[in-house]
Design a protein. Structure first.
Length: 274
């Protein structure tokens, strides 16, 4: 699948989710998978987190809670890569307070419109949303204290460029805290080439060591995995799609289960040297 095709598919899929108010991702609320609030609780958000954001900000598309591992401080400038409808950006805004700033970047106009409306609805004056791609951030160099991201970097066809851009915009001593999807072994071709798997945060994922190496190559230090877990089969729309296609692909239930167990959600932190 070409990079331009990947971008097109992702933009179309998540634009549709923004317009409809829900959709299929790593977890969703359609296709038979759990509702957004259920997903949020499973991956690390508390009831008070859900209550702190405007209705519609949580689309159930994450794979962890990056704001829980970012150690955000009042007054900091925070950048959210792939900010969607604003869920994590709003949680970050509460932590950095009125003297801080949160910048959300998303490439999908429909998501940006929804996020901006949610910011108004929730009275978040310290949050700004910008249109752009995470491989080419619309952010000045050396201006950000902390970067967060939730199940978005895996969708990029050029992850080294994403981490290089993250490194560029961080201040010396700045840090990155992400929740993302990685693999413990390579996916079969029929999964990797699947559009449904790609937009379900799966087919674009790379091996865990490759992911960590991309951070190292960008210049990050103190790289640490502070948590990881395998998704339950029911929480992967990709797995549901494979079940539908099992007869055509000749897959057994055991094979589908094995594939799902190679897909891991990780929480990663790293720092830019001072």
């Amino acid at each position: 699948m070409k990079d331009t095709e990947i971008k097109s598919y992702v933009k179309e899929r998540y634009g549709g989710i923004a317009r409809s108010g829900g959709g299929c991702g790593c977890g969703s609320g359609c296709c038979g998978s759990p509702a957004p609030d259920t997903i949020a609780k499973v991956i690390g958000y508390a009831e008070e987190d859900l209550a702190a954001v405007p209705d519609g900000a949580n689309l159930g598309l994450g794979c962890g809670n990056p704001t829980a591992i970012a150690a955000l401080q009042p007054g900091e400038t925070v950048l959210d890569l792939g900010s969607g409808a604003g869920f994590d950006a709003f949680l970050a805004a509460r932590q950095v307070g009125p003297t801080g700033q949160v910048i959300g970047v998303d490439m999908t106009p429909d998501m940006l419109s929804r996020a901006k409306a949610n910011a108004v609805k929730g009275g978040f004056s310290n949050v700004e949303f910008r249109q752009g791609e995470i491989e080419n951030l619309p952010v000045a160099s050396g201006t950000v204290d902390t970067i967060i991201s939730n199940c978005v970097i895996n969708l990029s066809p050029d992850k080294p460029k994403v981490f290089a851009e993250a490194f560029r915009v961080l201040k010396p001593g700045g840090r990155i805290a992400v929740s993302d999807i990685v693999l413990t072994e390579a996916l079969p071709d029929y999964v990797r080439d699947s559009v449904s798997a790609y937009t379900a945060c799966v087919a674009g994922a790379i091996l865990k060591e490759e992911y960590l190496d991309a951070l190292r190559q960008a210049g990050f230090q103190n790289i640490e995995i502070i948590g990881e877990n395998v998704f339950d089969l029911d929480f992967l729309d990709m797995a549901l799609e494979l079940v539908k296609e099992a007869g055509t692909l000749g897959l057994t239930e055991e094979k589908i289960q094995h594939i799902s167990e190679t897909i891991v959600s990780v929480k990663v932190t790293a720092a830019k040297p001072v």
